[in-house]
Design a binder for this molecule. Structure first.
Ligand code: ATP
Length: 370
């Protein structure tokens, strides 16, 4: 019996998670996958009511679950960043979800490339380090550099200019990688490649410019490549952006540091047909992981039955894979593909179905082909 936490959140999050839960119900009917689901009221409504984002009680309860199934958060009444920082980012750091996994698959004919390629890329983005650690500050702003920045610079053993002046302000943001952080990231990348029966992985970086952090990262990945007996190729991020357009079929597992991963995975989302198709997992292999569609709450279409539920359904598929039910994950993937091939989808992809109808078609297909 698996214990799931379900956080539908806001806007279309609620609509697509309802459909995703329906698919999970169907899976539990036809397989040995058994689960219970506890619904968590986390999101904008509660925040507006009580001022609470992610509470200690939430964390305590979520920590006991096998996985978290998440919809979306976002509300035009709330300042951008409040919910993202207070809920999503807070959850990622509380549960140390250090890998962001995003599959990028060709769902012919929805791939916006001139030439058709069959591709199945698994992006693993490091989720905690690199340029996202807040190691930075603004310096010489106004007449006095702030005490906080002086302290941070001191801690980083950087030298303060002896005479800060007001007209030559600068700001800095430092990218940091730790050996431990890179090692656990590399372990996951090579294990993923083994699971996917691949013989090499791709590591994306900019080691010709950021020689220190990405140089160390290359060394560690080379060590791990030998340890796992899996090949390793290096790609500079600029070359990777081009290669994703002209030869996406040549990539399998792709490991990418945090900042470049943010950019490349959005490119990947468009390559596979847009926001309604992209799913992601925030993963801590030793702890609680969270699975979600990559889109937000989409207030413009919320409550109208227009949301494409496929991203949320594919997030459920990723959750099943993670929990060890890969055969059921594959069943969902095949049912989705069949419905796309047969024109059974929502308006964002040119179809005629509403959210519930699109979900019902996938469920019907799943029960038919199992
Ligand atoms: P948020 O602030 O919560 O991120 P947003 O509107 O800024 O919301 P998204 O929700 O990610 O950003 O989506 C941007 C647009 O893409 C939406 O306004 C909507 O029109 C479209 N969209 C996103 N997800 C879907 C979906 N599942 N089905 C159909 N259209 C979608």
């Amino acid at each position: 019996m698996k214990h799931l936490a379900v956080i539908p959140g806001d806007g279309i999050g609620k609509e697509v998670i309802e459909v995703g839960m329906d698919i999970l119900d169907a899976i539990s009917e036809v397989s040995s996958f058994n689960y219970d689901a506890e619904l968590f009221d986390i999101g904008s409504e509660r925040y507006l009511r009580t001022g609470e984002l992610l509470t200690k009680d939430d964390i305590y309860d979520l920590e006991k679950k096998d996985a978290i199934y998440f919809g979306a958060i976002g509300d035009p009444r709330i300042k951008p960043g409040v919910l993202e920082q207070g809920i999503l980012l807070s959850m990622r750091s509380q549960f140390d979800q250090y890998i962001n996994m995003r599959p990028v698959t060709s769902w012919h004919p929805f791939v916006p490339l001139k030439k058709h390629f069959d591709f199945d890329i698994c992006f693993l983005r490091e989720n905690t380090e690199d340029f996202y650690m807040g190691a930075g500050g603004t310096f010489r702003k106004g007449r006095n550099a702030s005490v906080d920045v002086k302290r941070r610079l001191y801690n980083l053993k950087m030298e303060l200019h002896p005479k800060p002046s007001s007209d030559d302000e600068f700001a800095f943001e430092i990218g940091l990688l730790s050996r431990k952080g890179v090692e656990r990231f590399a372990d996951q990348a090579f294990r993923t490649a083994i699971k996917r029966n691949e013989t090499k992985i791709t590591l994306v970086d900019k080691a010709n410019v950021c020689t220190h952090i990405y140089g160390m990262q290359r060394t560690i990945f080379e060590e791990k490549s030998k340890e796992y007996g899996i090949g390793l190729e290096f790609m500079y991020v600029d070359a990777m952006a081009m290669a994703m357009i002209v030869r996406p079929n040549t990539f399998g597992t792709v490991a990418v540091p945090n900042l470049f991963g943010d950019i490349l995975t959005d490119l990947g989302a468009q390559l596979q047909g847009g926001l309604g198709m992209g799913a992601s997992g925030n993963i801590n292999p030793e702890g609680v992981s969270m699975f979600e569609p990559i889109h937000g709450s989409a207030p413009d279409i919320a409550g109208q039955g227009k949301a494409n539920p496929i991203a949320a359904i594919l997030a459920a598929k990723m959750m099943l894979d993670h929990l060890g039910y890969e055969d059921m994950g594959a069943l969902i993937q095949n049912a989705v593909r069949k419905c796309l091939d047969n024109g059974k989808y929502t308006a964002d992809m040119g179809g005629k179905l509403n959210t519930k109808e699109a979900g019902a078609e996938i469920k019907k297909e799943l029960l038919r082909i199992r």
